[in-house]
Design a protein around this ligand. Structure first.
Ligand code: XIL
Length: 315
C-alpha cells in the first residue's frame, strides 16, 4: 500500500525521520526507505555545532550538505537541528566569556542558517533545544550560566536575520503532556512572543517509553500552544521498551505511535511528526537507556513492525 508520506500529505501533514549520514551513504535499504516513506528529514547529528563548527570560525558542512542533498533529490523538507544546545557543542564555545559567547552565537547562526537560507528544502530550525530542567526551571547549562536567559531571544533574532523565511522552533523533551516543564515552556513562548521575539514553532521531542505510560493529555497540550499562535510538531518520536522485545510490548508500542499521530491529526496547527530514525538497527536508545531498545517502526532487518502499521493506518 502507499507509503507513509502519501497518507500524511493527504492530511496536509509531514511524516519525518531523523537520518544518520553513515548508513545514508552506505546502505541501500536505509536509503530506499528514507527516500520512499518520509516527506521531511532531520539530521540526527550532522547539523549540530560540533559537526558544523568544530573549531572557532572553521565551518564544515559535508554531513549537513549530504542530508540536504538527499532531501532535495527526494522532494523532502529539512528541519534544521539544532543551533543552541548544551550537548554536542565544542569545548571552545563552553569556555568563552559572555561577550565572546554572544559573538560566537551570532556568527554560528548566521553561517549555518545563512548557508541554507536560499535553499527551498530547508524550511525550519530548532533554534534552542532543551533549555529547561524537568521541574520547569532553567537548565543550568554553560549557556545559562554565562548569559542568563538572554541567549534564547538573541538566538531567535539571529536566526530570523539569517533566514527571514525559516520557521523557528524551540524544542524539548518531557513536554508532551501538561506538566511543570511544559508549562514553563508555554510561559516562555508566550512571553517571548509578547516581546516580539520571533518564535514560530514548538517542538515536542516525544522520546517516550511504554513502561512510563502514555501522556494522555498530549492533544490538549498541543492545543494550548497552538492557541498562542505557534505551529507545533513532534520532532523526535521514538517509543522504547525494556528488552527483550515481545508481541505484547509491540502492541503497546503500536498504540502509543497511533496515539501520537492521532493527536497531531486532531490539532490543525500540528504540522507533522518526525520519528527519531526509523530502523532499530540505528537508534540512540540502546546506547543511552540501559537495557532498553526496539523504539522505532522497522526492526533491525528493515522489516515493518506493528508500530509501522499503526502509523500508516492513523495517517
Ligand atoms: C542524539 C543522537 O540520536 C545520537 O546519535 C547522539 O549521540 C546524541 O544525540 N535530544 C535531541 C537529539 O535533541 O539531538 C538527541 O540525538 C536525542 C535527544
Amino acid at each position: 500500500s502507499a507509503p507513509l508520506r502519501t497518507h500524511a500529505a493527504a492530511r496536509g501533514k509531514f511524516i519525518g525521520a531523523a537520518l544518520a549520514t553513515s548508513p545514508l551513504a552506505n546502505e541501500t535499504s536505509y536509503r530506499t526507505i528514507a527516500a520512499t516513506e518520509f516527506s521531511q528529514v532531520t539530521a540526527e547529528n550532522a547539523m549540530k555545532w560540533e559537526s558544523t563548527e568544530p573549531n572557532q570560525g572553521q565551518f564544515t558542512f559535508s554531513g549537513a550538505d549530504a542530508i540536504v542533498n538527499f532531501a532535495t533529490q527526494n522532494n523532502q523538507q529539512v528541519h534544521g537541528h539544532t543551533l543552541i544546545w548544551h550537548q554536542q557543542t565544542p569545548g571552545w564555545v563552553q569556555g568563552l566569556s559572555a561577550s565572546a559567547m554572544r559573538t560566537a552565537i551570532q556568527n554560528h547562526i548566521s553561517q549555518v542558517v545563512g548557508r541554507y537560507a536560499d535553499n527551498p528544502a530547508v524550511t525550519s530550525w530548532d533554534v534552542v533545544n532543551e533549555v529547561f530542567d524537568d521541574n520547569g526551571g532553567w537548565r543550568t547549562s554553560f549557556w545559562y550560566n554565562t548569559l542568563g536567559q538572554s541567549f534564547v531571544a538573541d538566538a531567535f533574532r539571529a536566526a530570523r536575520a539569517a533566514d527571514p523565511d525559516a520557521r523557528l522552533c524551540i524544542n524539548d523533551y518531557n513536554v508532551e503532556g501538561i506538566n511543570a516543564k511544559s508549562t514553563a515552556m508555554y510561559n516562555l513562548v508566550s512571553s517571548l512572543r509578547q516581546q516580539g521575539v520571533p518564535v514560530d514553532c514548538v517542538g515536542f521531542q516525544g522520546h517516550l517509553a511504554i513502561q512510563y505510560g502514555f501522556p494522555s493529555d498530549i492533544q490538549q497540550n498541543m492545543q494550548r500552544f497552538a492557541d498562542l499562535g505557534v505551529q507545533v510538531r513532534v520532532t523526535e518520536l521514538d517509543i522504547r521498551m525494556q528488552m527483550p522485545r515481545d508481541s505484547s510490548k509491540d502492541t503497546t508500542q503500536a498504540t502509543y505511535y497511533r496515539n501520537v499521530i492521532n493527536a497531531c491529526n486532531a490539532v490543525t496547527a500540528c504540522a507533522g511528526v518526525t520519528i527519531w530514525g526509523f530502523t532499530d538497527k540505528y537508534s540512540w536508545v540502546p546506547d543511552t537507556f540501559s537495557g532498553q531498545g526496539a523504539a522505532l517502526i522497522y526492526d533491525e532487518n528493515y522489516q515493518q513492525k506493528p508500530a509501522y502499521t499503526a502509523v500508516h493506518d492513523a495517517l
